[in-house]
Design a protein around this ligand. Structure first.
Ligand code: AMP
Length: 509
């Protein structure tokens, strides 16, 4: 009789035939079931085939390659030893190339976590740090080497890293490595590797460049797709506050204080912007620090650790610096400015809603950024709810140019966002904040309009009607607007999708 094959959702770690010692480490990590990319990729890697994997960060992709690699290296190691033929280990056997220093640290941490019961040694090398301790570490029989391309080439040039024993090559976040211009370095490194080896390429996206890189590196690869491409995590509750650029830092301080957010990762577009914003938040009494490419590696590691431990509330980062930041159960991500590339939005909000735990991604959007917002919504194939924040009173000393004051917005409905007085509205192109600001000069008037006075409830009800009228006047032709019933329908389907796809780190608490 034919045995019924298990679906990916039904698979457990037991079905993956990983060694006892790995199973123990997996149980210690609190993982109950493999994620989709793990269930699909691990058997292929164990079979020795080359692999092309579509997997975004946050889907468990690191374990998808680390677990089978640890399994294979340790099995082969003990077979060699039993054979008594093995030469003393001196060269790395697996090379994982990653785009950033932060990702190098995190991948190596994963190797250590999953390999803690195995006699496998690892180290990482990356720029921005003194090369001397890395040279010493490389002398100590390393099995798995995690590296950024530039620093690895420095080591190869000085003959402090010998790549002639590499059996497995992993290109992690290959799309990001190409975006960062590493293609020439990658090709130089590949030229230093033995021809006979297994190759694994992980990428969140598949551009023409990635296709040609995979043709260059992989031989008859199997292909797996983890989470659906271009999909923002179903676990991330996304929202947009329409707000003038000038008011953003004030609104952000207000949001952090009002919601009592204790750990929030904030994205800015520029390094200077990140510094300025961290200073402004600090001036507002919120502990904040910035992390970007101009900071030394020790400063970046320190900032990241402070943020992870909870001694810093707000970490302000640029896109490149944020790459690879993996913080368990990071609850909030804020886009202080939208990225110009829609894919970066998905990467950014992928910092939260990880490992089966839900998170919130809030974007502060100026009118000038509407085209980016539209682009992002097309890319993720959903509209992001616009939310009004009633209790925010902009400082009186900020003069908004008339162009910054948005034109109109149409009817809103109550939106349950942390039980605050935030409301969702449909189809508007600007913030009520700025609109109100334009019209009012005196503080009391602003307070009334923002619903923070005792008459707030009355205001809300009245304004609902007003806005209904406005809606029919201003938005009669708007096909793009979406209704609250739509978004609650979406909310339901989100939850259904999640229960199907989620993995169970939640149980860990
Ligand atoms: P990655 O996509 O590799 O960056 O992983 C994202 C997060 O998922 C990390 O914090 C991992 O610890 C966690 N993780 C990986 N695999 C599993 C699993 N099978 N169950 C629960 N959490 C996991």
């Amino acid at each position: 009789m034919l045995k019924k094959l298990k679906t990916i959702e039904e698979m457990s770690f037991k079905d993956l035939n990983l060694s006892e010692n790995l199973m123990k480490a997996i149980a210690d990590a609190g993982y109950e079931n493999p994620t989709a990319v793990q269930a699909k990729a691990i058997p292929i890697v164990l079979s020795g085939k080359d692999l092309l994997a579509g997997a975004q960060t946050g889907t468990g992709k690191t374990a998808a390659f680390t677990l089978p690699i640890l399994h294979m290296l340790s099995e082969k190691d003990s077979a060699d030893r039993a054979d008594r033929k093995a030469a003393p280990k001196s060269k790395p056997r697996c090379l994982v190339l990653v785009p950033t220093r932060e990702l190098a640290v995190q991948v190596e941490e994963s190797v250590k976590t999953y390999g803690k019961y195995l006699p496998i040694k690892s180290t990482s090398v990356f720029g921005g740090m003194s090369i001397v301790p890395q040279i010493k570490a490389l002398r100590r029989n390393v099995d798995i080497l995690v590296a950024t391309p530039g620093r690895l080439l420095d080591h190869a040039g000085q003959r402090t890293a010998d790549l002639s024993g590499i059996e497995i090559l992993v290109l992690d976040e290959a799309d990001r490595m190409l975006d960062m211009g590493f293609i020439v370095d990658i090709k130089k490194i590949i030229a230093l590797l033995p021809k006979q080896r297994q190759n694994l390429l992980f990428s969140a996206t598949f551009s023409e460049k990635i296709k040609s890189l995979s043709e260059f590196v992989l031989r008859n690869p199997a292909f797996v797709q983890g989470e659906k491409q271009n999909s923002a995590s179903e676990l991330v509750d996304q929202s947009v506050h329409m707000v003038s650029q000038k008011l953003k830092s004030h609104l952000l301080s207000h949001l952090i204080k009002h919601h009592k957010w204790e750990q929030v990762l904030i994205f800015t577009r520029t390094k200077n912007g990140a510094n300025r914003l961290a200073d402004k938040l600090a001036a507002d009494g919120i502990s904040a620090t910035a992390i970007h490419g101009n900071k030394s590696q020790p400063a970046r590691i320190k900032a990241l650790n402070q943020f992870k431990e909870g001694s810093v509330t707000a970490l302000v980062a640029t896109d490149v610096a944020s790459r690879g930041i993996d913080i368990d159960r990071l609850p909030y991500v804020v886009n202080f400015e939208l990225p110009n590339a829609a894919e970066d939005y998905v990467h950014r909000i992928g910092r939260t809603g990880r490992a089966g735990v839900s998170g919130k991604a809030v974007s502060l959007v100026d009118r000038e950024e509407m085209r980016f917002l539209k682009e992002i919504e097309r890319f993720i194939k959903r509209e992001i709810p616009r939310v009004l924040f009633d209790s925010f009173v902009p400082p009186a000393n900020i003069n908004l140019p008339v162009k910054d004051a948005p034109r109109e917005f149409s009817g809103f409905s109550n939106f349950n966002h942390n039980n605050t007085s935030e409301r969702q509205f449909k189809g508007g192109t600007g913030s009520r904040t700025a609109q109100t600001h334009r019209k009012s000069s005196d503080r009391q008037d602003r307070q009334n309009r923002f619903g923070v006075s005792a008459a707030a409830e009355g205001f809300k009800d009245k304004s609902k009607d007003n806005f209904k009228d406005k809606d029919s006047r201003n938005f009669s032709g708007s096909k793009k607007s979406f209704s609250s019933s739509n978004s609650s329908r979406f909310g339901n389907s989100k939850r259904q999708n999640f229960s199907k796809n989620s993995f169970s780190k939640q149980a860990k608490g």
